[in-house]
Ligand binder design. Structure first.
Ligand code: NAD
Ligand code: UGA
Length: 461
């Protein structure tokens, strides 16, 4: 099928950037990104590119190039479903909070709602692409919904999971390690796969486009995230052994990573991984394993989350133990709220859990983040804890200006600006004794100690 019009349902962190790149690289295809969230679509359409709803380095430039040419954002979901030859479903698939599988299974209500809407509106044959991360065999469910609600139109279903990481999304989309496309092994299925391969091959070398059956594609996405998260929990668990034994986690990480069979990526100790996906995708994998009666397998993957929560808790404990031991004013400056640098996304950020722990221990927190605002902080903390008291949390615009208010600084996100601070100037103004809790191990210990700071990192002294 020749693809002239694409519709993407879901203008979020995946739908927006992914479609911007597809439109940029395929100027002969019109790409319509639709969402039911009016504010989000208005923000995508806003003249001032600083107001885009997603912050990603390099995104504004691509939007500027393609928007209005062959990239469009709209709330008119039905209109563009009807127009499109190919529809990407790129909606959220959060962990279920009620019903069967509560706390583990992925909630597919948004995917199912889109499928029904597509069936209802479509008058001509279409290719439906599952972009959202979903449990294995979801494509079967989508197929059923489409057939049940519209038997006049032929739908081909593809799975095309997204592997971009926030903060580096534009680079990841521009030069992906691989593009994965799963489809039916029928003649029509193969044709549909070819249509999507053609779109990606406008800029991705053919050898980096991997085609598989539908279920392999779905399961590969979940497991890729589980493997990445597993490495972080592995190194974080070792950081605690380092603290007991005197080994240095940065040295251990380097030594392990130089083994070419292991590799050096994703071996950076931290206060714990965040982001909207690692936790939910592992919970989903655990749920699938348990549903199949594979309890040992489920326990194995679940342990990744146990270590991640433990790392956040023990980091929080370091802070309140320090306050108690040194009889300090219970007040901490938290630098960073986003779950990693170069994004405005704070979903599941370790900072949320650490703050909640600190507040529960009577500690007042002041927060600074270059891209996240106070409303988001309040939303995140009240979502975690119904009893959240806004007045215990202050959001500050210039942390350095007010630095004389604090004895304790905790680095929660590895934003470059924190690395580049003039720490000697900060030391001259901060209350003494001065403590730095480096939740990302980004600062130079020797330099800080020489200045006079008490440095508390993870797995290194
Ligand atoms: P998001 O919450 O940022 O965006 C989802 C959007 O879908 C929202 O704007 C929501 O309003 C919209 N939506 C939901 N139902 C709708 C409907 N019926 N009609 C119209 N709009 C609807 O989510 P995201 O971070 O972009 O993630 C989307 C999917 O991609 C998830 O399955 C996620 O696991 C996966 N994923 C995310 C990332 C990432 O970095 N965020 C990376 C890879 C894969
Ligand atoms: C992750 C995957 O890397 C993407 O491939 C995937 O597409 C995406 O999830 C998804 O499915 O949503 P993302 O969560 O955006 O991407 O960012 P990562 O770079 O993976 O970082 C996740 C968390 O792990 C962050 O909190 C980061 O600080 C932390 N991390 C990462 C570490 O603590 N140590 C590391 O060595 C690497």
């Amino acid at each position: 099928m020749k693809i002239r019009n694409i519709c993407c349902i879901g203008a979020g962190y995946v739908g927006g950037p992914t479609m911007a790149v597809i439109a940029q690289k395929n100027p002969n295809i019109d790409v319509y990104v639709v969402d039911m969230n009016v504010d989000k679509i208005n923000a995508w359409n806003s003249k001032n590119l600083h107001n885009l709803p997603v912050y990603e380095p390099g995104l504004a430039k691509v939007v500027k190039e393609a928007r209005g040419r062959n990239l469009f954002f709209s709330v008119d979901v039905n209109k563009y479903i009807d127009l499109a030859d190919m529809i990407f479903i790129s909606v959220n698939t959060p962990t279920k909070i009620s019903g069967e599988g509560k706390g583990y299974a992925a909630d597919l209500k948004y995917v199912e709602a889109c499928s029904k809407q597509i069936a209802k509106v479509s008058k001509a044959d279409k290719i439906i692409v599952e972009k959202s991360t979903v449990p294995v065999r979801t494509s079967e469910k989508i197929k059923q919904i489409l057939r049940l609600n519209n038997s006049d139109v032929n739908f081909q279903i593809l799975s095309n999971p997204e592997f971009l990481a926030e903060g580096t999304a534009m680079r990841d989309l521009e030069i992906p390690d691989r593009v994965l496309i799963g489809g039916d092994e029928t003649k029509e299925g193969k044709k549909a796969i070819e249509s999507l391969v053609k779109i990606y091959s406008s800029w991705v070398p053919k050898e980096n486009i991997l085609t598989t059956n539908l279920w392999s594609s779905e399961l590969s996405k979940l497991t890729a995230n589980a493997f990445l998260a597993q490495r972080i929990s592995s190194i974080n668990s070792l950081s605690e052994i380092c603290e007991k034994t005197g080994a240095d986690i940065e040295e251990v990480s380097k030594a392990i990573g130089m083994d070419s069979r292991i590799g050096s990526s994703f071996l950076k100790t931290s206060v714990g991984f965040g982001g909207s996906c690692f936790q939910k995708d592992i919970l989903n994998l655990v749920y699938i394993a348990r549903s199949e009666g594979l309890d040992k397998v489920a326990d194995y993957w679940e342990q990744i989350l146990v270590i991640n929560a433990h790392q956040r808790d023990r980091f929080s404990k370091k802070i309140y133990d320090c306050i108690k031991k040194n009889n300090l004013e219970p007040r901490v400056l938290l630098l960073g709220w986003a779950f990693k640098k170069d994004t405005n996304d704070s979903r599941e950020s370790a900072a949320i859990y650490v703050s909640d722990n600190l507040i529960k221990n009577g500690i007042t927190i002041d927060i600074y983040d270059p891209k996240v605002n106070k409303d988001q902080v309040d939303f995140d903390l009240s979502y975690l804890n119904d009893n959240y008291n806004k007045s215990l949390v202050k959001f500050i615009k210039d942390p350095i200006l007010n630095i004389s208010n604090y004895n304790l600084i905790a680095i929660m996100t590895e934003w470059d600006e924190f690395k580049n601070y003039e720490w000697n100037k900060i030391y001259s103004k901060i209350k003494k004794p001065a403590f730095i809790f480096d939740g990302r191990n980004i600062l130079e210990i020797k330099k800080l100690k020489k200045i006079g700071f008490n440095y508390i990192g993870l797995g290194r002294k």
